[in-house]
Design a protein around this ligand. Sequence first.
Ligand SMILES: Nc1ncnc2c1ncn2[C@@H]1O[C@H](COP(=O)(O)OP(=O)(O)OP(=O)(O)O)[C@@H](O)[C@H]1O
Length: 309
Amino acid sequence: MISVRGLSRQYGDVRAVDDLTFDVPAGEVTGFLGPNGAGKSTTMRIVMGLDRPTAGTALIGGQRYVDLPEPLHHVGALLDAGAMHPGRTGRGHLRIGARTNGIPLRRVEEVIEQVGLGQAARRRIKGYSLGMRQRLGIAAALLGDPKALLFDEPVNGLDLDGVRWIRSLLRGFADEGRTVLVSSHLMSEMQLIADRIVVIGRGRLIAEAPVDEILRGLGGQRVRIRTPRIEDLQRALADRAAVERTAPGELEITGLGATEIGDLAHALGLPVHHLAEIEQSLEHAYLALTGESVDYHGRTPSYLNGAGR
Ligand SMILES: Nc1ncnc2c1ncn2[C@@H]1O[C@H](COP(=O)(O)OP(=O)(O)OP(=O)(O)O)[C@@H](O)[C@H]1O
């Protein structure tokens, strides 16, 4: 379990993290989402003791990283897979990590196997593809067989095979009861990987909820219903929910669940031809959540405005 409480980090004029509080429970994959510059990497660096907070705490199993007796047994992180000595071999890189942390060298061979580096472990890192570097970075994070794992953008730049591998790896860690925090820009990816997500913007918490709750619109659940007696239903719903006529014979309702609406139609004797909760894509929910907090909007060419939504 990782718990972040009232965490703030100020760099000169920039408040990179601003009074942030959230939990990363064991046994689940927690996705960490936010636009560029939202403060994700800063938060992860503070958890890993690589940066100091201006205020607040980030605890791993109740302790600060710096107070952990054998930190690599508690937490492992993939923060910057580029930060490896290019002249070393993969195995050499891992051996140094093991030696400096009192981890037996046989563990190096185990993690090489686990991440599928095999033959490549003999080669110098400068010849590694991005996917191989990610595998090596993950092997390093696993050296101490830690209970908690932090991954900063692990699927960035990976091909589909690599992405699928990371996905099953993270799921496996969570299923073993480990604590997994993974940051990403790829909302569609988070929808597949994460059980719950923490969304931040400009250093502040925007949402912390199970993925399916966010998909249902964080309480602003929408339901679509079709009935040939649309006016009767619309009248009955008018006082209870926000109702929008979206097509002839079709309503979209916000603020009531499918069960309540179905029961109401039944009580009124109205025939129902279709009734479904509308699932938002995580991307859609995320854009709705973070729209206000994006610091650097890309310019959209005018011919794309309104397209593809
Ligand atoms: N060492 C530093 N010195 C000064 N400013 C910093 C430093 N590290 C981060 N920042 C600033 O803090 C803010 C948050 O940065 P951070 O890298 O944590 O965001 P992020 O959510 O990880 O972004 P990205 O998705 O682009 O990696 C940014 O405005 C960044 O410029």
